[in-house]
Design a protein around this ligand. Structure first.
Ligand SMILES: Nc1ncnc2c1ncn2[C@@H]1O[C@H](COP(=O)(O)OP(=O)(O)OP(=O)(O)O)[C@@H](O)[C@H]1O
Ligand SMILES: [Mg+2]
Length: 247
């Protein structure tokens, strides 16, 4: 990696306290531009909270975040115009149709030729038939596809994905992974992703941060993490850690 390149995402001593509970506890990590970076950890480990802070949806208790060389709050608009996300943390307006939702986001992102771009995205996620359906009437997998179409609408430089394939059928999950790898290769898109599908994380991620109760447990490539815990797969690493066998 070129040492002089600014990381796409840099997090230093990030902490989030909810009341007495430390949801995120002194996390530091860097994501190089063009990498797919995985946040891994058990339910409640702090993955969604971390992504929500990276998107400035919630304010950190302490710590520093830098995205594309900019910081919140001063760089908020510039950051948010160059990134996008798919997260259940933020719900889409359920009474608007798929088309209306995407039109609103296209306008917010100032997308040129919005109709054409929306059609490209809905075709990609096989949603064209649902354009006139209200989002509230879609199945959870269909909703996820709308989130993904919205997430790619502005051709983001950095994409934050919180369990993007959790409710997708195997065919659409596979197509989504292919699409992310393509966007990485063709446009150098940086992706931060969470998933409980360990095979998916192995397939996609250049590096992973394994979080346990808000804290860094291990950071590295899939191979490094497997070797560190002496396991054959990420799934085995997860079970090994979750069942306390590494302690
Ligand atoms: N708004 C909130 N208020 C209080 N506690 C919260 C809030 N959001 C999250 N938490 C707590 O912070 C911790 C981390 O939650 P978070 O949603 O970040 O976990 P996660 O790693 O995304 O888990 P999952 O895999 O289940 O999605 C949990 O203990 C959760 O209860
Ligand atoms: Mg979560």
């Amino acid at each position: 990696m070129n040492q002089q390149t600014t990381p796409a995402v840099s997090v230093r001593h990030l902490t989030k306290q909810f009341g007495d509970a430390l949801a995120v506890n002194d996390l530091s990590f860097e994501v190089a531009a063009g990498q797919i970076y995985g946040l891994l950890g058990a339910n409640g480990a702090g993955k969604t909270t971390t992504l929500a802070m990276l998107l400035n949806l919630i304010t950190p208790t302490s710590g520093e975040i830098s995205i594309l060389g900019e910081q919140y709050p001063a760089g908020r608009e510039r950051i948010l115009s160059r990134v996008n996300f798919s997260s259940t943390y933020v719900s889409l307006p359920l009474r608007l149709t798929v088309w209306e939702n995407l039109r609103v986001f296209a306008a917010l992102y100032g997308i040129k030729r919005p109709k054409q771009r929306i059609h490209e995205m809905v075709e990609r996620f096989e949603l064209t038939y649902a354009l006139k359906t209200r989002v509230g009437e879609l199945s959870s997998g269909q909703k996820t596809r709308v989130y993904l179409a919205k997430a790619l609408l502005n051709d983001p430089e950095v994409l934050f994905l919180d369990e993007p394939t959790a409710s997708l059928d195997p065919d659409m999950a596979d197509k989504t992974r292919t699409l992310l790898l393509q966007a990485q290769q063709e446009r150098g898109m940086t992706v931060l992703i969470t998933s409980h599908n360990m095979a998916e994380m192995e397939q996609l991620c250049n590096r992973l941060l394994f979080i346990d109760k808000g804290k860094r447990l291990m950071e590295g490539t899939v191979v490094e993490i497997r070797e560190h815990f002496g396991q054959d797969s990420l799934e085995d690493v997860f079970l090994h850690v979750a069942r306390g066998e590494s302690l």
